[in-house]
Design a protein around this ligand. Structure first.
Ligand SMILES: *Cc1c(COP(=O)(O)O)cnc(C)c1O
Length: 227
């Protein structure tokens, strides 16, 4: 077995164990392989080991990989910061976007999504730790943006995403994810039912699963360090 195969197997086992440990349903947590800085060969390896969902952060890098892997039925998710001059390529080439953080980006992705494709699945990225340096929209702007996304026919609002401040201890990590979970529940109650909570990375995915993550995004734990 290759290392990527072994890593994927071990991570899937951990995810299943954490689902059980925290009273989550079996298979309620989906694994996204964050493949920025990883080679086409490694992505193909992971695909051959049963991984179908990959997340990329940079449009140019992603398009090169998509071209090389054109015959491989990967579901591509965009998880990086979105510059407005990149929205067309994102709208044309991805199935999901996790990182919508403004009305303007939402409108552009909607307008540029080709009509031949199904609506683009989107999550709103929330600046849950309220750190000035962090990406994502402020908490009090989430509901207006969610309502706006719901009005756009070429977008399908799926949920929320966050990259909280990385704490060392489990309880502090869990506290950050709990904030996003609470916001998600309120949004579900007051605005619309949503099915996706995209949170947790290689170093904090247990805390994210404990707090209701439905997609964990993991890179280094699967592929090793990035180029
Ligand atoms: C790189 C990245 C990840 C994965 O990070 P790892 O620490 O390698 O697991 C997850 N989410 C986003 C948005 C990323 O940019």
């Amino acid at each position: 077995m290759t290392t990527i195969e072994e890593n994927l197997k071990a991570i899937k086992k951990q995810i299943a164990d954490f689902e059980q440990k925290y009273g989550r349903e079996n298979d309620s947590v989906c694994l996204l392989a964050a493949s920025k800085g990883q080679s086409v060969e490694k992505i193909l390896h992971a695909f051959q080991a049963g991984q179908f969902i990959f997340g990329e952060n940079y449009v140019k890098e992603a398009l090169i990989k998509m071209t090389a892997l054109a015959n491989v039925p990967i579901e591509w998710h965009f998880i990086g910061a979105i510059q407005s001059n990149k929205t067309r390529k994102i709208a044309e080439h991805f199935a999901w976007v996790h990182s919508i953080d403004s009305i303007k980006i939402a409108r552009r992705l909607n307008d540029e999504r080709p009509h031949a494709l199904p609506p683009l699945n989107v999550c709103i990225e929330v600046n849950i730790s309220q750190a000035a340096s962090k990406s994502g929209i402020a908490i009090d702007e989430v509901f207006p943006l969610a309502r706006y996304c719901l009005s756009l026919p070429q977008l399908k609002l799926r949920g929320l995403m966050a990259i909280p401040t990385l704490h060392k201890t489990f309880n502090l990590q869990r506290g950050e994810f709990h904030k996003l979970f609470s916001l998600f529940k309120t949004l579900q109650k007051e605005v619309v039912f949503l099915d996706t909570l995209s949170m947790g990375m290689s170093s904090d995915f247990e805390a994210a699963i404990a707090e209701g993550a439905t997609i964990v995004r993991m890179g280094t734990a699967i592929f090793g360090s990035r180029n």
